[in-house]
Design a protein around this ligand. Sequence first.
Ligand code: SAM
Length: 327
Amino acid sequence: IKHNPDGDAFLEDESTKIFARKVADHYSARTNQTLEEREASVIIHLKKLNNWIKSVLIQLYARRGDAVLDLACGKGGDLIKWDKAKIGYYVGIDIAEGSIEDCRTRYNGDADHHQRRKKFSFPARLICGDCYEARLDEVLADDGPFDICSCQFALHYSWSTEARARRALANVSALLRPGGIFIGTMPDANVIVKKLREAEGLAFGNSVYWIRFDEEFSEKKFKSSSPFGIKYKFHLEDAVDCPEYIVPFHVFKALAEEYGLELVFVKNSHDFVHEYMKRPDYVELMRRLGALGDGNQDHSTLSPDEWEAAYLYLSFVLRKRGQTDRT
Ligand code: SAM
């Protein structure tokens, strides 16, 4: 990994900003679905499975009273999960103004798409900003250090340039206490590259998703090119339609180490399911969320195409160097 010649300046070119804006506009434009619309989605079981994975990660690592930093928090879909973990403080940041507004509405308890529920038991600060450009240690100077940082289905948007990937990790590292935990879910580059190799051209997919690489990232160039900015277009039915970036995990792991973040584990979603479905409490959680049914009823479980789309993701856990045990 080369060091950024601009040192801490982390300069960006205009096209990076344009793509960050594209992503922000895409997510901002996504309106809230009613419960009925959500249940009718062709990827409803995949959404439920992803919620189960995030819940398991949170239950594995969150402790009562924790201060939580949720990078790219979106519409606040994880607020309830954090509430169940009885956290003490929550900061959510997202680049999409519309999503942060929805998150605020949800936090304040007046979202009509959501069941009426009691107020969240933790105070929260919700901020609209670019987590991969802003110096969050300055923005959040009075809020940290945090016990847990979470970045769900969003860290790959930082991989457009080395500067942004570094800023993301520098932000996490600066705001986590020693021994603090960084959890996340993002596309699994190994799976995507394997599928690209097996594909006829530069695109592949099924009935719920497709991925298309630009000509410039044909496999030959892939190997020689920088590990940053390897762009593809990702379409997930009823969810995403965005430019995204490959995150080669070995590069991510090495870069994270530079920022004092050590790998605890990384698991593809398929392995994650197999591993944690050995635990009765997580089987019960899966049953409650309704992601994997008993298979006897039509549509009670993931379709094969949703299960293949789940394979595109991995979850990781990193720990900030320093004290290892929680007090
Ligand atoms: N973490 C949420 C969840 O799991 O429900 C939202 C995930 S959504 C797939 C990706 C989110 O990343 C969007 O809300 C998008 O606005 C946000 N995002 C993308 N680039 C970002 C950036 N540079 N800074 C902050 N948020 C960003």
